[in-house]
Design a protein around this ligand. Structure first.
Ligand code: KIV
Length: 279
């Protein structure tokens, strides 16, 4: 029987030093393969906006889209822990709305939600969510939903003061009840220091090898999304080339008449009209 990954499994992995493998997914079939191949956590990231929906910013997706794609992913996953990313402004207007929206994420099949940032409001929300039975993954360092206030796409925590700030935020998130924290675009030394000084696992993206686990956007690592490639992406496949080659071959087969072949069509002996036409 398949043993489902839970918050307890994830915490245990930090304690035993087993690295946590996390990938994003946005559709049923990809989620199914990512789960079957052994990823521990599948994150339905709001990177959906960029890689699946073609927007420039993650701020462009809302709850409606996130619920549709989270449901599709959850239906494809048996073992992994499924996390739904709370999109821009789905939790910022009021605690009540944040709880209601996070509840919808769990109702659609997620096991937990991810929330970016750390301030008094976010800390109260996280406490209320965890008290309500909704596990929360925090997200510090570069936080794309705050790109306009953070001042662009850049590495965070490059100075001692910067790392101390992220560590103090991580400790507050931990106290509020998160079961883990994503560290995005933080220098490796700083991410190591933070990981060693909190008890919940850190999941790094562009944060070096000392985090408790790593997350990558599946469309990046599978070579499907090709508009840009961050430095920390390692490409394990070239789906773009596979798709281009397959589609070129299909178009050629259609145009030359080699598709469909005799094996790929249906015949009827009772359709006299059609038979007559072909005689
Ligand atoms: O949206 C996303 O995919 C994310 C990960 C990159 C952590 O937030």
């Amino acid at each position: 029987m398949i043993k489902k990954v839970t918050v307890k499994t994830i915490q245990k992995m930090k304690e035993t030093g087993e690295k946590i493998a996390v990938l994003t997914a946005y559709d049923y079939s990809t989620a199914k393969y990512i789960d079957e191949a052994g990823a521990d956590i599948v994150l339905v990231g709001d990177s959906l906006a960029n890689v699946a929906l073609g927007y420039n910013s993650t701020q462009s997706v809302g709850m409606t889209e996130m619920l549709i794609f989270t449901g599709a992913v959850a239906r494809g996953v048996n073992r992994a822990f499924v996390i739904g990313d709370m999109p821009f402004m789905s939790y910022n207007v009021s605690i009540e709305e944040g709880i209601r929206n996070a509840g919808e994420m769990l109702r659609t099949g997620a096991n937990a939600v991810k929330i970016e940032g750390c301030n008094d409001y976010i800390l109260s929300l996280i406490k209320r969510l965890t008290d309500s039975g909704i596990p929360v993954l925090g997200h510090l360092g570069f936080t794309p939903q705050y790109i306009n206030t953070q001042g662009g796409y850049s590495v965070q925590g490059k100075s001692d003061e910067g790392v101390d700030l992220i560590l103090s935020q991580a400790k507050l998130l931990e106290k509020a009840g998160v079961f883990g924290i994503v560290l995005e675009m933080v220098p490796e030394e700083g991410a190591k220091y933070i990981t060693e000084n909190i008890s919940v696992p850190t999941i790094g993206i562009g944060a070096g090898k000392y985090c408790s686990g790593q997350v990558m956007v599946s469309d990046d690592m599978l070579g499907k999304f090709s508009d840009y490639q961050p430095r920390f992406v390692r490409k394990y496949a070239d789906i773009k080339t596979t798709v281009l080659e397959a589609v070129k071959e299909y178009c050629n087969d259609v145009k030359t008449g080699s598709y469909p072949s005799e094996d790929e069509v249906f015949h009827s002996e009772t359709l006299t009209k059609a038979n007559a036409l072909s005689e």
